[in-house]
Write a new protein. Structure first.
Length: 54
């Protein structure tokens, strides 16, 4: 499994956790972690695409 897939899977888990928790602070934190993981997956994917073209 490549790093992009791992980061995007982590995004899914964090969002699911955010939906399931009842505390507002934990929910916002889980959504924030999910957003960071999603963006990191995109950044890693773009970086890998650039290396292949060179």
């Amino acid at each position: 499994m490549n790093l992009t897939a791992v980061l995007h899977s982590g995004f899914g888990v964090a969002i699911l956790a955010g939906i399931l928790v009842s505390d507002t602070t934990l929910r916002v934190g889980a959504f924030a972690v999910g957003a960071v993981l999603f963006v990191a997956g995109i950044v890693v994917s773009r970086r890998d695409d650039g290396d292949d073209a060179a």
